[in-house]
Design a protein around this ligand. Sequence first.
Ligand code: KIV
Length: 259
Amino acid sequence: MKDLAGEFRSRKAAGRKIAALTAYDYPTARLVDESGIDLILVGDSLGMVVLGYPDTTSVTLDDMIRHTAAVARGTKHAVVVSDLPIDTYRSAEEAVASARRLIEAGAQAVKLEGGAIVAPQIEALVSAGIPVLAHIGMLPQHIREEGGYKVKGRTPEEAEAIRRDASAVQGAGAFAVVMEIIIPGLAAEIAPALQIPTIGIGSGEGCDGQILVLHDLIGLYPWFKPKFAKQRADTASAINGAVRDYVAAVHGDTGMTPP
Ligand code: KIV
């Protein structure tokens, strides 16, 4: 297995930012990989943008295994990280058993949500030789308790808890940490205080890298658009247009020759 911890720390020390995106299937993974991405996350966000659930809490380990295998088949260069879904890492033993299945499916590392509270799981995974990407700030697997996607770190208590979480996941051996919708000033303060890279989503430019859900970047999930995600293509309109043309051609509405 690659020394991801060493690689990511050197990358940060050299000031090289990390560009990361999610992908969930063979063609998107292959396209994203061929376009030079550094890290592909098989995110449990697939629950929403691929499987049509309202949030990530219905995603199972079997869902993640199937999609991880497809992404791994399409990826030659990027680091493939796969999410441990909810209720698959309630103890250190469970985390290692679940993560092994994702590694067998082709992931090179796993991601799990939480800070100091999951430090024992991170330590156990790293001791078992499984690299870990941590995830702090807004935790989508807890969206039901939290009542929505809320910016984190606004109060001094919340900011202090995030600082503690960042230091705990680094101490437990994570090779990098995702910081989700943390107020940009706090994210910019934490990044230089850590040796491991911070990969931000909706947390401003002061992180050591950025990650987005692919569907937000390419406009493939037009029914929900996070404010922080800059859409750089309109794939939904391209699909609508092509399908409308095809339907009109087959129905004989346009005089176009059907395929
Ligand atoms: O599941 C996911 O896509 C994620 C990213 C939002 C970081 O966890």
